[in-house]
Write a protein of this length. Structure first.
Lengths: 331, 514
């Protein structure tokens, strides 16, 4: 276990270094003058240059990179050009919204994908399969608009944007996750309102991964259901349901778990579009703004956080695989 | 088995949806009789500090919370008193004496006086961000008594009073707040997300990336706001904004409503589509510094090939007019610097090569449409054009390497104030901030510099006209359209006041919700 953690930590550091290099190289090849855009058109050239110097952007790129690294290891991710606040402060403010959305979407994806896999492994569940596959094949932004038109504008079942109705006066801590903070504060109205705001964006994010997980589980289950121990289980007189749930699922989890880990990447990529459409005040929305203002410190910061999240989640998936399949422990 | 599982999943999903749906009844109207106005911004306004803020999105907040010495009358370029009741300019154009309003309080209770004005103006200079240029010609500031503020300039500056009325002009901030939160950066960190002015609304919430809340200031010196609160949410997708407006969760969309949807909005009995005169100007910059558009004759051929007048009608319908001058309509008599681009049959020489055309993204879809139509028309006239959507910081980089910059750049701009200098100086003065493709003509610069220091308006206007004519002759910028400031509001909103020089903004204090 200690070895596993060490290897994962080393790979995390390596990946983050690699990501930061890539973003810094991008900065060199993208022709843009974010400082000029930041200070405004009427600023005298001296003001622009003074700002450039203050931000350290007038130094050679390798020097900037070394400075960035030395500050980053102390947790200082520079100042955002757009918000003029430390990127660390911005990320701390925007991250909880994305964590809550992504976690809800992931949970939805696992439930829906699990259901799809289990139902279709025996050849049934045609309607569920068709519905999920059809929804997942619609581009995310279009699906988001369709859901908004139907469930917000027409049916008025769900709110159209944001995380919470402002007039509720939602608690502001300690986790930043409104559903959790609402529960901790005993504010069921906040939990309900936060869930209502979560439902549509999380569903949009969940459908693609759900289908991927479901199909992998299905094919994995079909392989397992043909194996000797299943035949033995059937011979013992177990019902088909008992065979599937008690003896079929656990050995079939390996591939779908790997797929879940991979889909987290898709999900994190999807938050930029989904958060913009649903005005979800998370890292995706922050990133979208950082890209349009060519706010490289912010882009680097978000890239590192997203990269770390991806690596950590995949490490957790590895652990879950080991728990599900004892054969992996030997290796 | 599968049916049971399907039932289970359906039940779980239904339970989540139901639990959520239970709380999704629209929020009740908050506040007192005036009600709450709900607006949306497409992007975060970045900062609320009036000495740093230099964007258009966010005008409504700044103009509602802070006040300057002057403002513009609705639908006009004439000055109206604001914190100054009256003002005098010395014949040499160097001394400005402002008689200040008495009985004014800041939103933190601090009384307003001449010293507060001086402190705020000095702070703008000390902060030294882009809007500081408006006070850089100031030689001295004096406060002979509590209600008199005197500014002495280093040299005459024709648009100086327009600086005072500009939405980005110097605003007066509570000196107590400035002292209490001074820190090491003239209170910039604090004022980034807080505000204490004298305006009709207080900034009572600034939740970055989410929402801002304005609350009626009960002790406002002037006509108090009708609304109790204004709730501004950040909704970055114009499609979502439109749905919310139609559903009654937003009361107005103040800009970037999709041009193609305006007719449908007009047919909606719950909505009103309003358009106001503005100084917005859609313009096409030509790269005169590199081949092939370094050839003036080719630039003229290109200008004619666009067939601009039909293009403007096709894209904007009735919401813009083809520009008649190098200045936005209303800034200067258009006959002093006229432009026209009569279509002609002349085509580009065969060896012209491919032109690159960059345009900035806009949510209304107008820029993309214009770019595509220009591409089609130029292609038909023998040019070959590649179009590319870019972000503003990329555009600002072009001037650093004009040989690598595109041949054509299109954008919609607006001047800081209703004065020709505030347009020409940023657009085509050789060091102008929006002179993206580095156009230079010493004669035009000279005319503009002479005009700036000329106190006689007729002479100054003639000089501005001269600078505009030089640019028009050089065909370095093609002036495409003077668009209207288009807003879509719920029908129940009344008391609508708009100032041409305050784009994307309404006077929130005058608005009423029926």
């Amino acid at each position: 276990m200690a070895r596993f953690t060490l290897i994962r930590l080393a790979s995390l550091v390596g990946i983050l270094l690699g990501l930061s290099v890539v973003v810094f190289l991008l900065q060199a090849v993208v022709p843009a003058d974010p400082v000029r855009a930041m200070v405004g058109a009427s600023a005298r050239p001296e003001i622009v240059e003074a700002k450039r110097h203050e931000l350290g952007l007038d130094r050679p790129l390798p020097v900037q990179y070394v400075q960035f690294l030395s500050r980053a290891v102390r947790g200082d991710l520079q100042m955002s050009l757009h918000t003029r606040r430390p990127v660390r402060t911005d990320i701390a403010a925007f991250l909880p919204a994305t964590v809550e959305l992504a976690a809800t979407a992931l949970a939805m994806a696992v439930v829906l994908g699990g259901a799809l896999g289990l139902v279709t492994a025996r050849g049934g569940g045609a309607s569920l399969r068709v519905t999920l596959v059809a929804s997942a094949s619609v581009p995310a932004f279009l699906l988001a608009l369709l859901l908004l038109i139907v469930f917000y504008a027409r049916l008025r079942w769900f709110p159209g944007s944001g995380r919470i109705s402002p007039e509720l006066g939602a608690p502001t801590g300690p986790t930043g996750l409104l559903t959790v903070d609402g529960l901790l504060a005993g504010r069921l109205d906040v939990v309900r309102d936060a869930l209502a705001h979560l439902a549509l964006p999380a569903l949009c994010l969940a459908l693609g991964p759900a289908v991927a997980v479901g199909r992998t589980l299905r094919s994995s289950l079909q392989t397992v259901l043909g194996s000797d121990h299943i035949r033995t289980a059937r011979a013992k007189g177990l019902t088909e349901r008992g065979v599937l749930l008690r003896h079929g699922v656990r050995p079939a989890l390996n591939a779908p778990l790997t797929m879940t880990g991979l889909q987290v990447g898709m999900l994190l990529a999807g938050v930029v579009v989904i958060e913009s459409i649903f005005a979800w005040p998370g890292l995706g929305l922050y990133t979208a703004r950082a890209i349009t203002t060519v706010d490289f410190p912010a882009i680097v910061g978000v890239t590192l956080v997203m990269g770390a999240a991806y690596v950590i989640i995949n490490a957790l998936v590895d652990l879950a695989q080991v728990a599900a399949d004892p054969r992996l422990r030997a290796g | 088995m599968s049916r049971r599982l399907l039932q289970l999943v359906t039940m779980v999903l239904a339970a989540v949806l139901l639990a959520a749906a239970c709380s999704s009844t629209p929020p009740a109207q908050q506040g007192g009789e005036g009600g709450t106005l709900r607006l949306a911004y497409l992007a975060d306004m970045a900062q609320a500090d009036p000495d740093v803020f230099y964007d258009i999105e966010g005008n409504t907040v700044i103009l509602s919370v802070y006040e300057g010495l002057l403002k513009y009358k609705p639908d006009s370029t004439e000055f109206a008193p604001s914190l100054a009741e009256s003002w005098e300019v010395s014949p040499d154009g160097l001394t400005y004496t402002f008689k200040l309003r008495s009985g004014v309080k800041f939103q933190d209770g601090t009384p307003f006086d001449a010293q507060a004005v001086k402190t705020s103006f000095q702070r703008r200079l000390d902060v030294g961000a882009a809007p500081a240029y408006m006070l850089e010609p100031v030689a001295s500031m004096q406060t002979p008594d509590a209600s008199t503020f005197v500014i002495r300039l280093k040299h005459p500056v024709a648009p100086f009073l327009h600086y005072m009325a500009s939405s980005w002009g110097p605003k007066v901030i509570s000196p107590k707040a400035l002292a209490d939160h001074a820190g090491k950066d003239h209170a910039q960190t604090w004022l980034n997300e807080h505000a204490v002015g004298t305006g009709p609304f207080q900034l009572t919430a600034f939740e970055r990336g989410q929402r801002y809340e304005l609350t009626k200031f009960a002790d406002y010196w002037g006509q108090k706001a009708h609304l109790d609160k204004v709730e501004i949410r950040i909704i970055p997708d114009i499609g979502t904004q439109r749905l919310q407006l139609q559903s009654g969760d937003l009361d107005a969309i103040l800009h970037s409503f999709p041009q193609a949807e305006l007719e449908a909005a007009k047919g909606n009995p719950d909505l009103q589509v309003l358009d106001f005169s503005s100084f917005l100007n859609n313009i096409l910059y030509l790269n005169t510094n590199k081949k092939p558009l370094s050839d003036p004759a080719l630039r003229k051929t290109l200008a004619s090939a666009i067939n601009r007048d039909t293009l403007v009608t096709e894209v904007y319908g009735t919401y813009a007019k083809p520009s008649s001058s190098t200045y936005p309509s209303g800034l200067l008599d258009p006959t002093l610097a006229p432009v026209s681009y009569p279509p002609s049959e002349t085509t580009a020489p065969a060896n012209t090569g491919k032109l690159t055309f960059a345009y900035t993204a806009d949510d209304s879809g107008v820029h993309r449409r214009i770019a595509e139509l220009i591409q089609q028309r130029l292609d038909a006239a023998g040019f070959s054009v590649a179009i590319n959507e870019v972000q503003l910081p990329q555009v600002f980089e072009y001037v650093n390497d004009l040989q690598a910059a595109p041949d054509l750049v299109m954008q919609t701009n607006t001047p800081d104030g209703a004065h020709p200098d505030m347009w020409a100086r940023i657009e085509w003065y050789s060091t102008g901030g929006l002179n993206y493709l580095g156009y230079k003509n010493p004669q035009a610069d000279k005319a503009l510099d002479q005009a700036l220091e000329t106190t006689d308006k007729a002479t100054a206007d003639r000089l501005y006209g001269e600078a505009g004519k030089i640019l028009a002759q050089d065909t370095a910028i093609i002036f495409i359209a003077d668009p209207r400031d288009v807003m879509v509001l719920r029908k129940n909103l009344t008391g609508i006041q708009h100032v041409p020089n305050y784009p994307w903004a309404l006077n929130l204090a005058a608005l009423q919700k029926g």
